[in-house]
Write a protein that binds this ligand. Sequence first.
Ligand SMILES: NC(=O)c1ccc[n+]([C@@H]2O[C@H](COP(=O)([O-])OP(=O)(O)OC[C@H]3O[C@@H](n4cnc5c(N)ncnc54)[C@H](O)[C@@H]3O)[C@@H](O)[C@H]2O)c1
Length: 400
Amino acid sequence: MNSNHLDKISLFVLILIIVYTFQIIYCQEDKIVALEKRIQDLEARQQQYPEVTFLTYKDRKRILVTGGAGFVGSHLVDRLMLAGHEVIVADNFFTGRKRNIEHWIGHENFELINHDIVNPLYIEVDQIYHLASPASPPHYMYNPVKTIKVNSIGTINMLGLARRVRARLLFASTSEVYGDPEVHPQKETYFGNVNPFGPRSCYDESKRVAEAMCYAYAQQEGISIRIARIFNTYGPRMHMNDGRVVSNFVLQALQNEPITIYGTGKQTRSFQYVSDLVDGLIALMNSNYSMPMNLGNPDEYTIEQFATKIKELVGSQASIVYKDPVIDDPKQRRPDIGLAKSWLNWEPKVLLSDGLNKTIAYFRNELLVKHHSNRNVFFPNEWLHLSNINAMNLDKNIEL
Ligand SMILES: NC(=O)c1ccc[n+]([C@@H]2O[C@H](COP(=O)([O-])OP(=O)(O)OC[C@H]3O[C@@H](n4cnc5c(N)ncnc54)[C@H](O)[C@@H]3O)[C@@H](O)[C@H]2O)c1
């Protein structure tokens, strides 16, 4: 073999080595790109949480919220979580939705228990916000016997838990304990005008007996109790089809369907925005006041005025139609909030038009949801940097 021949072979080998090396590098790059993609996917799947306040062991409380997956409960859970407490939600999802609290699932301070409070619950807690109960007329009339059980047996169970672990319990009562009131506005000292034998009695009377149970446990067992008599509350995360005035009117206006008023429309109501209620509930829980306390907005509107206001805010062409009045529908409702003002320094802050605009934006989004993967998220604006939370940007996000 001459040297010329040898040179050709070594050149050939060299070329082979270079090609092979490039191939390896190229394959490695492919693998690196694939790996990077996997890491990105994994990161995207990992839940991101809103920043919660750090509380030391001494200040951090373990708080049970029954009905915490519902409308009011989920807003309360947000506030307690952000404040740095450990929050346990017990809910049977009768009217509540996982979606309302899914942004906390997996957080080390949060726990969700699928539990019907008609059965006892054995856990260790410092405070109990007892909200579990169907709340709107179609929901509580759907199974009246169950509604009575939830508020009677369910409340006994929660009071029993409070006694066992020496926790303070706040009961979510209602303005319905005043029935169709003959005193206006309603003060806590008014005993009410309730029909014990009618379609609404399963709710009104079981809330009244639950208040009586709270009183009995406080007197007999020394339990620390708080009773909030909640007046009409509205806001994002309300059920679309719960048959309440706000959701009915907003949905009808958005869909340009006739807005239905039951009765003459001269009956009055007062509406509070949900963040005001949550402020009041937390202030009441942490106060020294243990008698029933009204939490509501004293601004009073006739149902007719309210329908017109919603029509204007939506910019709807919907007509207003009148139907027969509902049995036992109260003629007027307005809280006297003197007690809450003096004991809690609390009064509602959110104007009706501001609260309604947020609620309308939420319902507008709800109507756009067409697939399970669509998310009509409702979060305070400061959470928006969490990319996986803002999964569905249907309309501009709504601020709490
Ligand atoms: N929203 C209002 O205008 C209003 C007014 C007065 C009183 N309240 C009271 O406030 C509380 C919350 O009302 P909301 O408007 O959020 O109603 P909601 O229906 O949205 O929430 C109630 C929650 O309780 C849960 N629940 C019902 N039965 C249960 C059971 N047996 N075990 C466990 N969980 C159960 C539901 O699944 C739901 O998550 C209720 O007690 C209601 O009576 C509300």
